[in-house]
Design a binder for this molecule. Sequence first.
Ligand SMILES: [Zn+2]
Length: 488
Amino acid sequence: MKKYFLVFVIVALSSSAEADRLVRLYDVSRGFAMKLIEDGYDVANVDIRGEYVDIMLPEKDVDQAALLSHNYEVLPKEWGELLPENLNDGGYYYSPEENWAFWCGLSEDYSDLVDTPATIGQSYEDRDIYMIRMTSSTSGYKPPIYFSSLIHAREPGGNSVLIDFAMWLTSNYDGGDTRAAWILDNTEVYFVPIANPDGYAFNMPNGGNQRKNMNWSAGGDGVDLNRNWGYMWGYDDYGSSPYPYDQTYRGTSAFSEPETQVQRDFIISIEPIGAMNYHTYGGYLLYPWGYEDILAPDNEMFVGWSEIMTAGNGYEYGTAWQILYNVNGEQNDWSYCGEDVARMYPMTPEVDDNGFWGSQNDTLEIVRICNECRPMNILFCFAALNYVGINGEGEVEIEPVLSLDTVYPNPVVSSAVFRITSPTVSVVDVVVYDTSGRIVHSFIASDLAAGTGSVIWDVPDEIPAGVYTARISDGAGNCDSRRFTVMK
Ligand SMILES: [Zn+2]
């Protein structure tokens, strides 16, 4: 493996202060980009039109770029690292301490809208991973919508966008933009602003090139948390590496890392209807699937949402394999169809920042990326809420897909009725899981006349009281799940 990786290790060992530099290679093909990833290069961005590929090289080795393309450009230093004057505070990006102060301050200033930040678990190095819940005091069920950033620790532009959106929602709730009130009156917005707190904390004094978490126990330099999720984890080695020093190293098993476990468990517990998991940089909006060159069953819906969401900022949209390259073990794919997670619609914006840290000294550039992404966040909330029947302005027409509409009664005592909508097939598989993911019962529901039907499930005697998840699938890639309780 990895002719290049050997060079990198030597450099890393010889001088921990050795800086890396982003280099843009022109006149290279998409296939060549995949080859670079396979060879262990740190590929930071692939331009959709195939015009260029950005890679990270140790500064003293940037001349090696000439071996890869006759036409290359060394990008500004601040695109790839925190400059000395911004070490520890991130410049105009929000450091870990500034994040905490911001979210705590917001919950104090808008205590009627914003809950106090709450810990949802700990990282590999025992840092708290926290979330902030935001909603108005209106009552009734409000479907949650999930926002996260910094699962890749060197992508702070996404964090700036979350902070901007949180400020916009709160400051416009009362008497400002009516869309803010509409969102907070109809949904619970959840923010997980630092999904990889160890990597982000490490970056502050160390220049900013840590992408992965800080679990070096597998012999490498961390695990790529966005290759560690449990749907199609390790499906192949495209964009997801088995080698611990690669930037896309996926870990020793699905959900091997505490950070992905914490997000997984939290997402399962709140059952969001949609998610915006922020990354940088490139100016893209991505949706499932990532693991294979196939379209998701809801592809037309994702396209429809994306057209509306990117109308203002011109971001390119598509699946990861259409826009960048194949990935597996990625958060979108699991969020969309992972075990135990209720049906939701996840998207991954790649903010059009200037490299990873390129806006650190330019507050106008931070404002620009926030302005580009705020309408996308608003429209995403509208699209997701429209989808579940809560209609506001800018209605989005969505075709129905396979869904497990209800389980009733709930709690279930001796038998349950599963109400299933299946627009395309009349037979679906039903599998019931317990909370640790074990299958406790499975059967086939057939004769779903006219695409909709009810199936009665008699609770087997051996199944104890507890919380269960029923998951239906139609063999064509469509699935849905719903949680219920059995009482005895
Ligand atoms: Zn990323």
